[in-house]
Design a protein around this ligand. Sequence first.
Ligand code: SGN
Ligand code: CA
Length: 676
Amino acid sequence: MKTKAMFPLSTALFLQGVTTLAQQNQQRPNIIFIMSDDHAAKAISCYDGSINKTPNIDRIAANGVRFTNCFCTNAVSGPSRAVILSGQLSHLNGMINNEVTFDSATLTLPKVLRANGYQTAIIGKWHLKSNPTGFDFWKVLPGQGEYFNPDFIENGKKVREQGYVTDLITDNALNWLKDRDKTKPFFIMIHNKAPHRPWLPKFENATMYDTVKIPLPFNFFDDYSHRGDAAKLQKMMVARDLDLNIDLKLPDVNNKDNYFSNVNRLSESDRKIWDEIYHKRNKSYFDENPQGEALAYWKYRRYINDYLATIKTVDDNVGRILDYLEANDLYKNTIVIYTSDQGFFLGEHGWFDKRFMYDESYRMPLIIEYPAKLKPSITNNQMLMNLDFAPTMLDWAGIQKPEQMQGLSFANYIDNTEKLRDATYYHYYEYPGEHAVKRHYGIRTEKYKLIHFYYDIDQWELYDLQKDPHEMMNVYNDTAYAAIQKELLKKLTQLQTEYKDKSYIVPLDFKTIENKALGLDYLLINQPAPKYAAGGKHAMLDGKVENPDFIATGINRNWIGFEKNNFEMQLDVKKLKMLNEIEIRFLDMPEAWVFQPDTVEFQYVNNTGQLKSVQAIALTKEKRKAGGLILHYKATIEDKNIATLKIKAVNHGVCPPGHAGEGKPAWIFTDELILK
Ligand code: SGN
Ligand code: CA
């Protein structure tokens, strides 16, 4: 059996065992899993309705269940998809960020369904780098995919199709449904690219929202006071980080002929139509020449209008799928799921994109109809995660979930009488990365959210979601919340143990080196900043140095850091008798406000009492995976009888002009003085 070779033995046996069981089951439901990319619940009218109408997606809710508390476990595309497929959290399925390649040998939902007699297919966005496995048919967009005339990879072969991506995905899905083997139940994943950046609507919808003034969210001009640094340091602001040409479709200022570089896939005649639409559409911008807040508002409107216009086509195509089911007597016994890989910021906090555990990006829309089993028009507020999708679908299909799947089936929790769980877990890793959202993990209960930002930061946030649903006020360390904070921390630790997630403990990876000065007492003239004083008293002389690929955590790091101050260290080296070589290591990581010292000087007094001084230079540079360089400053000493040694490294003082921290204190980071 082919599957046997792919799975561990226990899994192969498990699949075989269940196959026979499932074969006896004639009434197994079909499953259509429709997932869009970055579709926030706010932009679905059965959730909100204030900014757009989605009559077809709403049909699913009217026929079934709308879930109001479904959350993703890692709010970025590849990771969310991998969690849905595998039923395992990112640290176990390996797809911690969009950069990683999904291991195609992972046991996934389509594999289990297929081994149990289902016909399986996936069409549309895949984004997991390796080829899809577990599908009888796959036709996926390479990478992020294109909106116009996109390429697809069909069972390994590249084909280019003419048309608009959302329509083409549904065309292909309907074709597959028509041609399927009608003796078997089916499972199809229909994955839209829309409404992903750069939000290119179909021609006929391009201006549909231009006459409606969608209001700015109340916290669009959020200044992030009462929050930690993560919110302040992101790069996903509508007003600042959207590109006028690519994202907002204004002519390219550097290349007027390149009116809009994103549509170069259009045929010449279509391109003309497009240009005409946008010449007209952009007129208001040139007439008004908005500046300051008016420009921010203009950007928001262009952004939200395009975003919603791409959703119009998503909704139309959901309608086509539902119509097909009704017309082909598939309505009753087909589970239709509509969701998005995660939520999205629609100007809240001034942002676009996702990644943060704040509700707008954290919450997933989830709507399910299954007329044979589920009552219509139900609202369900169970605390769910995308981790639960695979176990639930398997449950409905009458298949026991494989042991390694960590999620829970909510199939029997739709009526709201019993709670499935009391907290959801989150862990985001894509940092350093696009949009500069710091790594963080946390939990959410119905009432509270606790987040820890880590890696090159060590900050906690606690939100009282009932009093502060928009997460504007971090109450971590507010004494009024002391008991709640303690309880949430306990729950968080409990979940991390249960889910076997230790991936937030970035391993301290040291090399042991030869150092004659091991354990000698020393004196620091200036003290390191308390947060970066880790490593204990002997950190500078403990014979341990960081491996260049070590990833700093901000917690427990071996480097010691000095804000604005110089680094000055003095030690008695009489015991050493002989001393030839001195080396000291400094970090150069300007983007983290850490600069190499302006000068490094070794001063020493020999037994004749003479004071001598050598300027040291950085002879070796090691590249760190976590960013920046480790500079090794070295000097050779001719004198034999040195009594006292002093090292002085001069801080750059303030971040230089043009730097993000211009004028703010610069840092010096050092680890290990090596004497030979
Ligand atoms: C692209 C986008 C980002 C987006 C990532 C991840 N930039 O890189 O804004 O966050 O995808 O999105 S773009 O300028 O290329 O559009 S994800 O949905 O695939 O995770
Ligand atoms: Ca996405």
